[in-house]
Each structure stands twice: as C-alpha cells, then as structure tokens.
Design a protein around this ligand. Structure first.
Ligand code: CA
Length: 221
C-alpha cells in the first residue's frame, strides 16, 4: 500500500511516518499542500492522510486538485478542526474519512485498513517490480515478459512480498498468510517455498529479488 502523508508539523509527521511504515505502508511525506499536489500528480497512491491546516495550499485545495473520477487515492483527513461543519466540508470536498486530532494511532491504522478494503472503482491490481509482473486476478506471473509457472504457495508468497514491499515477514507470519492456520505446514516448509521461488525467479533472470534478514524473515525491498 502506497501512502502519502501530508502534515506540516515536523514532529507529528516523523512520528506518523515511522508508525505507518511499521504498519506495512510505503510512505511518502509532504510538509505542505503544494508539495502534496506535486506528489499526487507524479505518483499513484492508494491512500492519503491529509491535514487541513497547511502552508502554501490548505487541505481543501489538495482535495480539489484530486481527479473527481477514475483512479484516485482514498483520503483520510486528520485535523484538529472538530466541528461537524468541518467534517461535512471535507467529505463534500472529496475526503473519504475524517479523524479528529488528538487521535489514537491504532484507530488511524484501523481506519486506513478499512479504507483500503472498501470496494470502489476497479483498481489496477497488477503488481510489478524489478521486471517481475504478477496478476492476482488471473494467477499469472512473468519475469521480463516470460511466464513463470508457480505453485499456489509460491504465487501467494510472491504476491505477499510484492504487495508489502519493504516490509520484513517472519516465517511464522508467512506461514499463516499463505498456508492458512489449519495447515500442517511448518516454518521449515516456508523455507522450501522460498527456496523454490527464488530458483524459479533466478532461472527467469531475476536474481536476488527476495532478501533474507537473518533472524527476522524475508522481504522484497
Ligand atoms: Ca497543520
């Protein structure tokens, strides 16, 4: 999940960015509204956490600059303005959710996850990185345009790591996510899946994609 954090308070920005990264998001930060619109026109984001009181261009200006239709990120407004009218103004301007400061970080995370799950316009769901392409709809994978035949577990592992790039997954977490809790698979069998996936990727010309962090787990950086 790629997220843009727009907040002018340096301290809050740093704290939030760290927490959101730990929560599995890929985070870019902007300190004012003009920088935010620059990021939003240059990159595709899944989510935006947006302060309203911002220098150069306020949060409403940022909301108005977003495309009204088609591919657009979900926006959660994070503001000290606690009047119902502020909330209504922000929702009318295109915000998807509103959280008043001070807030609980756990609630912010929960709301962001809910926003990310909310069904909306068809999303381009093909995952692509470093020459590897993955289509979760058709369950097909390619390396530099050449199809790679993956088992369901190999596919699920690659999808998990690509979807949360930069996040380290422990073997136990991977096991739970790709094998299911009722499975008889073990941590050891995850190593086997990682090994065979790496070999297939290497054979297809894509080496060193999956990194091992000793004692911590695996990631795609
Ligand atoms: Ca502010």
């Amino acid at each position: 999940m790629k997220l843009l954090l727009v907040e002018d308070s340096e301290r809050l920005r740093a704290t939030l960015a760290r927490g959101l990264r730990e929560g599995g998001f890929t985070v870019d930060v902007a300190a004012d509204g003009a920088a935010a619109t620059g990021y939003l026109s240059a990159y595709a984001y899944d989510l935006v956490v947006l302060d309203l009181g911002l220098p150069r261009l306020d949060g409403f200006g940022v909301l108005r600059a977003l495309p009204a239709t088609g591919e657009r990120p979900r926006v959660l407004v994070l503001s000290a303005r606690d009047q119902v009218s502020d909330r209504i103004d922000a929702l009318n301007a295109g915000a998807d959710d509103y959280l008043v400061k001070p807030f609980s970080f756990d609630e912010l995370l929960a709301r962001l996850h809910a926003l990310a799950r909310r069904p909306g316009e068809a999303r381009a769901d093909v995952l692509e990185h470093a020459g590897v392409r993955l289509d979760p709809q058709s369950h097909q994978a390619w390396s530099n345009g050449t199809p790679i035949a993956l088992t369901p577990r190999e596919f699920a592992l690659l999808e998990l790591l690509l979807r949360h790039r930069g996040r380290v997954f422990a073997r136990a977490t991977i096991l739970e996510r790709i094998a299911g809790s009722a499975s008889e698979a073990s941590d050891r069998s995850i190593e086997v899946v990682v090994f065979s996936l790496r070999r297939k990727l290497a054979d297809a010309g894509c080496e060193h994609l999956i990194e091992n962090r000793r004692g911590a787990g695996y990631l795609i950086a």
